[in-house]
Unconditional design. Structure first.
Length: 183
């Protein structure tokens, strides 16, 4: 009976550890800034958004071409019209997302039904840049994914759980060795 309680305790602790790992943007405050014709030329005023469990919504990416939802680990852009972004003479036509709480480690395109090609993506620890320069767009969706470097507390909880499992199995092994053996 005691072993069953220990197994249930381990399962509950494991479930809590994995459920505590939320999406990159969940519970953070981000800043959205559109730039054109370069990253030193803000095109619109920045927007600061709190990302709750349901995400955050940007109603207009730029000039009515579509909207964006920021949720979990994803940026989902919905284009509602046809058109083209700037010509080759402009170095940058896109946006930046800033999240001072994140430590971004990857940034990639998951799904693209809206643009003529994948946009140029770049990032550093706290910034994501999406450059649409020279791309055409149609009604459709562009989904981008972000990952971060896990926080040290995540690894500490994982190690604590593994240590607990080790202690329990060691104690269980000792109890089995003390039992009389059948003849």
């Amino acid at each position: 009976m005691k072993t069953m309680k220990q197994i249930i305790t381990i399962i509950v602790l494991s479930a809590l550890a994995f459920s505590a790992h939320a999406g990159v943007f969940d519970g953070t405050t981000i800043t959205y800034q559109y730039y054109y014709p370069s990253t030193s030329s803000p095109y619109l005023n920045p927007s600061t958004l709190s990302v709750g469990t349901g995400g955050a919504y940007i109603a207009d990416i730029v000039n009515g071409v579509g909207s964006m939802n920021v949720s979990g680990n994803d940026l989902t852009l919905n284009f509602i019209s046809n058109g083209a972004f700037s010509s080759a003479s402009h170095a940058f036509n896109g946006f930046e997302i800033t999240d001072n709480q994140a430590n971004f480690s990857t940034f990639s395109t998951i799904h693209n039904t809206a643009l003529s090609a994948s946009p140029a993506l770049s990032f550093d620890t706290h910034h994501l840049w999406v450059n649409f320069a020279n791309l055409t767009f149609n009604p459709g969706t562009l989904q981008l994914s972000v990952a971060t470097i896990p926080e040290p507390s995540y690894f500490a909880m994982l190690l604590a759980g593994l240590g607990l499992i080790g202690v329990i199995s060691y104690r269980h092994k000792d109890k089995l060795s003390d039992m009389p053996k059948a003849a």
